[in-house]
Design a binder for this molecule. Structure first.
Ligand code: CA
Length: 239
């Protein structure tokens, strides 16, 4: 997995999955991504893409409209109808510039639309814009229940005191603070915080939850990380 180092924490690169049957376009994107901050994965058709998405959740999907077999539009609809994948942003790639098609693409939940032929630079700018839109916390400061997390500096403070976390606890807290008031089971947390293709046991999640709570407990904030019996964990300011 591609990773970069930021203020003492290893962060995995954002994963972009391109679903495109034209080899020339995949090759062009591979070249464009080579020196970017993103990691590119490739699928030739919708069926292959579905398997890959299940195995390792991408942060964004570039989806060609015209694919052999299941169309890009149909795959977009399926992903947007599935609670596990509905918030993965999708940029549709298509040769059609027709206004009706554009509307249909955005109707089915696509976040943006790029008409072929496009330049890699244009697509990169769109990717960046969509990722910033879906994750406005990137580089911003989050504040929930008295915990202040600055994702630009990776500093977490409570009442002016800095908390010391391991990298996994930081990522876990960041995930919780960007997804508050929702229950996630262990397998979903492994997928979203550790990455889907990492083969670790589900009880590893409990270990890191315990460590996170221990640090928060020093500031009487451990109640924010709640165990939901039989389901998983939830970050909530309500008891
Ligand atoms: Ca195509």
């Amino acid at each position: 997995m591609t990773a970069y180092y930021l203020n003492g924490v290893y962060m995995s690169a954002k994963r972009v999955l391109i679903v495109e049957d034209e080899l020339a376009i995949r090759e062009m994107m591979k070249f464009a991504f080579h020196k970017s901050e993103y990691a590119l994965q490739e699928a030739e058709d919708a069926e292959q893409a579905q398997v890959m998405i299940q195995d390792q959740r991408p942060d964004l999907i570039l989806l060609d409209w015209m694919l052999p077999g299941m169309s890009g539009l149909e795959l977009a609809q399926r992903l947007k109808n599935n609670p596990d994948t509905q918030d993965i942003p999708i940029i549709m790639l298509t040769a059609r510039g027709d206004e009706n098609d554009r509307v249909r693409g955005l109707d089915c939940g696509a976040d943006d639309y790029v008409v072929k032929p496009f330049s890699p630079r244009e697509l990169m700018a769109r990717i960046k814009a969509v990722l910033r839109r879906v994750d406005p916390s990137m580089g911003d400061v989050l504040e929930i229940g008295g915990i202040i997390l600055d994702n630009a500096t990776h500093r977490v403070t409570i009442a002016g005191k800095t908390l010391e976390f391991g990298p996994t606890e930081y990522k876990l807290l960041y995930f919780f603070m960007t997804h508050p008031e929702r229950v996630y089971n262990r397998s979903q947390l492994l997928d979203r915080v550790w990455g889907g293709n990492v083969y670790i046991e589900e009880r590893t999640v409990d270990v890191h939850i315990r460590r996170l709570r221990k640090v928060l407990a020093e500031h009487k904030k451990e109640h924010l990380v709640q165990t939901v019996r039989g389901s998983g964990y939830r970050f909530s300011t309500q008891s």
